[in-house]
Design a protein around this ligand. Sequence first.
Ligand code: HEM
Length: 310
Amino acid sequence: MTPVVSQPVEGALTHSAIFITLTVNQGADDLQKFRDLCGDLPSLIRAVSFRSPSAGLTCIVGLGADLWQRLETGATPAGLHPFREINGVHHAPSTPADVLFHIRASRTDFCFELAAEIMSRLEGAITLQDETQGFKFFDNRDLLGFVDGTENPAGLALTEAVLIGDEDAVFRGGSYVITQKYMHDLTAWKAMTVERQEQIIGRQKLSDIEFPDDKKASYAHNVLTNINDAEGNQLQILRDNMPFGSPSHKEFGTYFIGYSCEPERTERMLNNMFIGDPPGNYDRILDVSNAVTGCLFFVPSTEMVDAIAQ
Ligand code: HEM
């Protein structure tokens, strides 16, 4: 079996992150510029990173379904399709995006510099859909005040959760990622008692200790997002959510980003949250938090990113 090198999807949560989503314009030159960037990306990362490797700079590139067809690489990854909007108790929109750049480092300047280099290479060839700069908030808390990321898988369970294996052999070592930008109504959230907030999340706010199963509400976030396969094994994803915002514009949010070896996992969690399980028993976070974007990308192995450049 030929070894493949995955993009660094298994990386840990960092101090800073920049999430850029964009569409590639329709001209053949525009597509070529994107191909060229795929070829240059490793050397750009090396150049920015070399100033201080301890900053742990990484950049993951994800590709949307429409762009994948335009690149004419041959086969299509089994789970690649545009993000499916959900019209449940709350609405999860599907928004356009051909490419995701998920840039992470322990220092904001490293993320900023790499984002600037990437965007300057793509100038004129793309339409920006969104740029969100995320930051670490105290002890990995979201802006709702709860620690976010505690139950992420680790070790072998992480690899199994996020990387495609022999079930889709051509795309082995790849991954899928779903992103959604959420805007919070912090005034409404803060008007709730801490006990009510804890019931909605399913954990204690200060200590981050999970409630015992028999004390969790049926609509708690950690009940609706806890899903199993037919044999009762838990199906996990990796979340690298980051807070973002602008206090002077009264903008407060969470950038949700979930990696998995099959997008169905994250889609099932989203259905449970937005429609409810059973329908109507939805996630109360959504009463105070509005999804404004929704995108799905395939994250090819580094060899495939190289091949796109040819
Ligand atoms: C757990 C926050 C959206 C999937 C958690 C936890 C918090 C949280 C505080 C508990 C600590 C932890 O284990 O990380 C948020 C916020 C969101 C959001 C603020 C957006 C406004 C989502 C979405 C998904 C998701 C869209 C999946 C589609 C999960 C999963 C867990 C979790 C799988 C672990 C559940 C378990 O205990 O097994 N989230 N989340 N979250 N969240 Fe979210």
